[in-house]
Write a protein that binds this ligand. Sequence first.
Ligand code: F6R
Length: 358
Amino acid sequence: MVVPKINLDSTADVDRIDAGGMLGILYGLPDQFLAGRKIAEQTKLAALDRKVNLIMVSGVGGSAIGGDLLRVFLGTRASLPVLVNRDYQIPRYAGKNTLMFAVSYSGNTEETLSAYGHARDRGAAVIAITSGGKLAEWAKRDGVPLIQIPGGLPPRTATGYLFISSLIALQGLGLVADTTGEVDETISLLSELRQQLAPSCPEKDNPAKQYANQAFGKIPVIYGASGTTEVVAMRWKGQVNENSKALAYFNILPELNHNEIVGTEVPPELLRQIIIFMLSNPDDHPRVKRRMELLPELLGNRVSAVVTVEARGTSQLARMFSLTYIGDYFSVYLALLYGIDPKPVHIIDTLKQRLAER
Ligand code: F6R
């Protein structure tokens, strides 16, 4: 079912469909960095009493993606491995020398609460990041350091708070060198970028509105690059799922050049319903850049379009978050074109309720 599209420049239509106010919430992302940094800096963390050899972020959905972004960000600057654990359990090799962030925005997600229990049993150093719920209760009960961020947001829109809290905690513990310059650049870049992405900016100057119109009636497939935009591609996919209530897929270069590109021959009528977004970042490996130049040529006639989206900014962090922000707005505009309120995620809520029954 493809409904007639609204005009994204019509304030009345946009406000009517965006009943939960997602566009207003997205606008607050740079402010989350500022406020989250302050909260994390004010949270007293005792010096680590052990040598840490693994940083782990345990969470799911919107609470895990900040950990993924952290993993990629630290991949170029931390001497320790960073693992994102999306499970009830933690890996066998995680133990006393692991520092685990238990991250659940609501504080009530069963996978994260379970991983918290396992990490405590194994003697890992644990830091809880949440807006409240059982995780906050348990952390207080157990004397576990707690970074408590403001509540009331859909978890997937709290990425600024969740990312910056863990980064500042790692800096405070001396596990990551100072990143103040990059964080400052990210805040000012996102503050500028939101002017171009917000509903008040007309479609002719607003890339997120343009991408949404191009993707309307199509299945978005998002390509990122290993070590730079792989997680951002996953974020775009997740945001299309949760905000637009539509399927989307992602894959990573260069790996996809060795399998997925072959699968673009049949069935042609379905392939014409696919739109590929390639996330391009100056930090990509030079050979990956060359691959991205070749893909539109090789795939352009097989799918409906191959669209390249460029990162903005000069630092790694600003580039990562600029693409993230464009994808967030894109997915919300796509929801509005389908006549869907982007905020509620009824099927997740229903599933959680059903799981709570037994
Ligand atoms: C909803 C969302 C979900 C949740 C997930 C886990 O906006 O993004 O993916 O993040 O269901 O819940 P929390 O984040 O509360 O642990």
